[in-house]
Structures are given as C-alpha cells and as structure tokens.
Design a protein. Structure first.
Length: 369
C-alpha cells in the first residue's frame, strides 16, 4: 500500500527519522531506499524547511472518493483515494495527522477520524444525546509518557435534539469524547440562547487557546463564544470590525488567540488578542496577492481560511489558488506566498470543485493501539 504513496510524501516522512531508523527504512525495498537517500537527516534547519504542514483539499459536494494534497516543500499537487471510507464524509478539522469528519448520510451527528495516507479509518462512538448540527471543537493533548499514540478530546455543544412527542428543541448541553477512554460524557450545560447561536450560526471551526475552546458565530455580525474547560464556564468576546468583515476565522499563533478577516473592497488582515483583550493588527495581506486570490473582485464572501501548525491558508476552490502566510526560518519570521490551484496532476486535468481544506503533517504511524 505504501509503495503507491507519492515519492516526495515518503521522503518528507523519512526526514523525521533518526539515523538508525532511516537506515532500517532503506533496507525495506528499492523504492524506500531511493526515498530515504533523498532526504536529509533531521536537524533544526531541515525541520523548518521540510516539515511544513500539507494542505489537504476535500471535495464538499461529491461523494468524496478522492482528496487532493499540496506539498509545500516541492510545490506539487497529489491525489489520494478515499474509497476506503464506508460513507461520504464532510471534514471538520485536523487532529494531528488525522482528519475528523462527519457522515453526510445522517442528519444527526456521526463522527469519524481517518488518516488518508495509511487508509486508517475509525468511527467514533455514538453520542449520549442525538444532536443535529451542533458545534464541534477539538483539543489535542498530545502523546503521553505512557503512550506514543495521540491523545485528543472532541467537544460537541448545542444542536437540535428530539423532545417528547416528537418535537425538536435546542440542546443546552455539551459532551466530550476522550480518545484515551473512547467514550462520550456530558461535561457541562449552557443557556439555551447560546445553544441556539452555536447551532444556527457557528461554522463548526474551533480554536483552543490557554484553556478555552472558542467558536466564531455570525448572527448579524461576527462574535466569539468560548468555553473555559477547567471551570465549565462560557464567555463571550467581541470581534474587531465585526459589522464590516465579510469573512472571519479564528486561529492561534504563539499561544494567542488570532483573528483573520477581510472587508469589502479592503484588505485581509491578521489581528492578535493581547493581554488587555484588545485586538491588535499583526499582519496585512499584500495587495497583489489579494487581487490574485479574488481574481480582481472586491468581495471576500467566498473566501475560506484554514490554520495549522506554522501556517494560515486563504483559499476559495480547488483550482483558484491560495494565499499562504507561513513561518519561515528559525527566528519566527513569517512570509506571504502564492500557491497555484490544482488544475492538473501528472499532466491530467483536474475538474474544479468546492473544497474544504485542512492542514496536516503526513504520518504513517498508527494512531491507535
């Protein structure tokens, strides 16, 4: 199976290995030997250069039998089959090297995780309360000293649930799945009006920062809702230029909550929330990249944004290209880049389509024991 993976993908993975592990990989087969010889031993400089997150584009309106991947190191697009998935899925977020998705065959929330590189697939257990369209958030706790496997939690808040006599009602509770124990439990409650906002106005994109899980909501104007995990308390934050932004997405940079947004006819900017809870301008997208991304139009309405380890990507669809703000070098310096859209792979045309993007690091290691 792994012999079918693109050459530069394998070489990228091998660049993480220690010298003894790299030597073992070389003995597996001739293909691996060639790949292993093409990558440097892991050093601080090579980690910065070779270990950038890959952009994975997943179709949103098809059966999702394929996904498209951009390697930032070689600036190449690849295609991988998703035929191993039993049901059509809609991506929600990245979880390390995994993708958290929801089934599109069910109106109530059904979650699964997969690794598109190894074809690993796992359905999460059924929630305690059946919910339609809740907000979903992810907290990554990382491997522990007792286990090399990724430890993460998934939080589900609000949504519609069945009430007595067949009626539907907003569900004012929050459930949490822990990958270590592989079960769901109800961990908190919320006022019904917050459940309504999360159910109707949240795009299911969350950010975890300093003990708080945040969601962006867009009722009339943008606002932010946060769940403080340690105290089970809810809090609200205002959004800078909330009544003027055409799109807004949350991110986390250097431990601080970050806002990415754009105004009609104006620039896309990155703001950072300081210790006084004031939004401060961090960066502005160059004008030439804005014109390229929007193809000369003034509106940001169709723009999407995904953030990951050391990068923020703004994109529209598969063939349009994207603008990436990425960490470069070893001193925390960030630069803007243009990435051409995926129009062909190995000379074969690729049909343009709506996509949902996630940023992940390729990994062939199993995620569960």
């Amino acid at each position: 199976m792994w012999n079918s993976l693109p050459f530069d993908l394998l070489a990228n993975i091998f660049s993480f290995l220690s010298p003894d592990s790299l030597a073992c990989a070389k003995t597996a087969c001739r293909y691996w030997y060639t790949c292993a010889n093409s990558c440097p031993l892991s050093t601080t400089s090579s980690l910065v250069r070779h270990h950038q997150a890959w952009f994975v584009a997943l179709p949103t309106r098809s059966l999702g039998l394929h996904c498209y991947l951009h390697n930032p190191n070689s600036d190449k697009w690849h295609v991988l089959s998703l035929a191993f998935q039993p049901d059509p899925l809609r991506p929600i977020a990245s979880v390390g090297s995994l993708i958290l998705s929801r089934s599109t065959n069910s109106t109530t929330l059904r979650l699964a995780i997969c690794n598109p590189f190894t074809k690993e697939f796992r359905s999460l257990p059924t929630l305690n309360i059946e919910r339609t369209n809740p907000a979903v958030g992810v907290v990554i706790l990382g491997p522990t000293q007792h286990s090399p496997f990724l430890h993460f939690r998934v939080y589900v808040a609000g949504g519609m649930s069945e009430a007595p006599r067949g009626a539907s009602t907003y569900e004012p509770t929050l459930e949490m799945y822990d990958s270590k124990v592989e079960t769901w439990k109800v961990v908190g409650s919320m006022p019904v009006e917050l459940a309504v906002r999360l159910t109707v106005w949240s795009p299911n994109e969350s950010v975890y920062s300093n003990g708080v899980l945040y969601w962006m909501t867009s009722a009339r104007v943008y606002s932010i809702m946060g769940f403080e995990i340690g105290s089970n308390k809810w809090q609200g934050l205002s959004v800078h230029m909330a009544d003027k932004l055409e799109f807004a997405t949350l991110a986390q940079l250097n431990g601080r909550l970050t806002l990415v947004g754009g105004t009609c006819g104006g620039d896309a900017c990155v703001w950072e929330l300081d210790d006084r809870h004031v939004w401060c301008l961090k960066e502005k997208m160059p004008v030439e990249l804005r014109l390229k991304l929007l193809e000369g139009k003034a509106s940001w309405g169709t723009t999407k944004c995904v953030r990951g380890d050391g990068a923020i990507c703004l994109y529209r669809d598969l063939g349009s290209g994207m603008v990436v703000w990425r960490e470069v070098g070893e001193k925390g310096r960030w630069e803007w880049f243009w990435v051409k859209g995926c129009c062909s792979i190995k000379g074969k045309p690729v049909q343009n389509m709506p996509i949902k993007g996630v940023l992940i690091h390729p990994n062939l290691a199993p995620s569960y024991p």
